[in-house]
Design a protein around this ligand. Structure first.
Ligand SMILES: [Zn+2]
Length: 133
């Protein structure tokens, strides 16, 4: 049998968060509520992807109730180009707090931040962050 090459399918794009999985298999599962982030780093990655996709409901529900804004103002000119996790402290399945230091790149610059995460009702949420550099 000769395999037919009738369809010219695009290879599925890697997830915006930088992992090799497709978006559907990676952050998409968290955005759709099918899975919960097991670590602070996973939550950080999924929130970056949510910024890329402008998923405001996901960003708000993964924001600590104490620091959550009323809404997320997306900059329409912002084009995110990549995420690099530089360091993490705690934030594993055995912790209730954790930090993730990362560099998020966008067209024309990058953002270097250390974010703090906490568990609320068992789920990791973003508390706040400080800019570095
Ligand atoms: Zn992802």
């Amino acid at each position: 049998m000769t395999p037919k090459r009738s369809s010219r399918q695009q290879p599925a794009a890697a997830c915006p968060c930088g992992l090799a999985e497709t978006y559907e298999q990676c952050c998409g599962r968290l955005h759709r509520g099918e899975a919960a982030a097991p670590t602070a780093e996973t939550l950080m990655r999924s929130r970056y992807s949510a910024f890329v996709r402008r998923d405001e409901p996901y960003l708000l529900r993964t924001w600590h109730p104490r620091t959550r804004p009323a809404r997320v103002d997306f900059d329409p000119g912002m084009r995110w180009t990549g995420l690099e996790i530089l360091a993490t402290t705690d934030g594993s399945a055995f912790h209730t707090t954790g930090t993730v230091t990362f560099r998020a790149s966008f067209r024309g610059g990058s953002l270097h931040e250390r974010s703090r995460f906490e568990r609320v009702g068992g789920a990791w949420v973003y508390l706040d962050g400080e800019f570095l550099d």
